[in-house]
Design a binder for this molecule. Structure first.
Ligand code: ADP
Ligand code: ADP
Ligand code: ZN
Length: 214
C-alpha cells in the first residue's frame, strides 16, 4: 500500500499517517520530521532547511526530492509506505512520479484531509510535539498522560516555533498557493480521496480505513 497524505498544515496528516502506518505495518515518512531531526543533529541539511522552516516557507525542492526518493528506495519500503508532507509542490509530485515510473510502481491513494483554515488556526496553538520520536499531541484533543511529557519516549514536548499564530497564517497561504494544486493533480490521476478532517480523530481514521479497504 502506497499512500500520500494531503492537507493543510495542522489538518491531521501526521496523526492519521501514524495510525495507518501502524495498521498496515509500513513506514511513515514525514519530511517535516526528517528536517527537524536534521536540525536537532546540526547537519548541513538541517542548517539549510531551518531558515526556510522558521519563516513558514517551503524548503526548496532541490533539498527535498532526492531525500524522499532515496528514502522510498530503502528495503523497508518494499511493502509500501505512507508519505506525510510530501509532495508539497507540483515539481515534487512530478519528481515522485518519475521515480515511481522508473521502478514500475504507482501510488495507490492520495488522501486529502480537509479542514477549513479557521479550524486550523485554533488547533495549532494546542499542538505539542516530541522532537525525539515524532509523536504529536494536542493539549485539548489528544493530551499526553503527563503534561508536556511524551507518552512514547518520556522526552519533554515542545510548541514548535512555526506553530505560532503569525507563522501559521503564512504557512496556510503557502499551502493554498503551492500545495493545494496537488488536489487537482491527483484527482486527474484518479487516485484522490477526501475525508472530513474536522471529525474526531478516530472517525477520520475509520473513514480512511474504509477507503484503503476499498
Ligand atoms: P505540518 O505537519 O504542520 O504541515 P511539517 O512538519 O510537514 O508541518 O513541515 C514543517 C515545515 O517543514 C514546513 O513548513 C516546510 O518548511 C518544511 N517541509 C516539510 N515538508 C516539506 C516539503 N515536502 N517541501 C518543502 N518543505 C517542506
Ligand atoms: P499535520 O501533520 O497535518 O500538520 P497533526 O497530525 O500534527 O497535523 O495535527 C495537528 C494538531 O491537531 C495536533 O495537535 C493534533 O493532535 C491535533 N489533531 C489531529 N487530528 C485532529 C482531529 N481530528 N481533531 C482535533 N484535533 C486533531
Ligand atoms: Zn517521544
Amino acid at each position: 500500500m502506497k499512500i500520500i497524505m494531503l492537507g493543510a498544515p495542522g489538518a491531521g496528516k501526521g496523526t492519521q499517517a501514524k495510525m495507518i502506518a501502524a495498521k498496515y505495518e509500513i513506514p511513515h515518512i514525514s519530511t517535516g520530521d526528517i528536517f527537524r531531526a536534521n536540525i536537532k543533529n546540526g547537519t548541513e541539511l538541517g542548517k539549510k532547511a531551518k531558515s526556510y522552516m522558521d519563516q513558514g516557507l517551503l524548503v526548496p525542492d532541490e533539498l527535498t526530492c532526492d531525500l524522499v526518493v532515496d528514502r522510498i528506495s530503502q528495503d523497508d519500503c518494499a511493502k509500501g509506505y505512507i508519505l506525510d508532507g510530501f509532495p508539497r509542490t507540483i515539481p515534487q509530485a512530478e519528481a515522485l512520479d518519475r521515480a515511481l515510473e522508473a521502478r514500475g510502481e504507482k501510488m495507490d491513494y492520495a488522501i486529502d484531509v480537509d479542514v477549513a483554515d479557521e479550524v486550523i488556526v485554533n488547533r495549532m496553538g494546542g499542538r505539542r510535539c516530541c522532537v525525539n520520536c515524532g509523536m504529536t499531541y494536542h493539549v485539548e484533543f489528544n493530551a499526553p498522560k503527563t503534561e508536556d511529557v511524551c507518552d512514547s519516549c518520556g522526552e519533554k514536548l515542545i510548541l514548535r516555533d512555526d506553530d505560532k499564530p503569525e507563522t501559521v497564517q503564512k504557512r496556510l497561504n503557502v499551502y493554498h498557493e503551492q500545495t493545494q494544486p496537488l488536489i487537482d493533480f491527483y484527482s486527474g490521476k484518479g487516485i484522490l480521496k477526501s475525508v472530513d478532517g474536522t471529525m474526531d480523530m478516530n472517525d477520520v481514521f475509520a473513514a480512511i480505513v474504509k477507503i484503503t479497504e476499498g
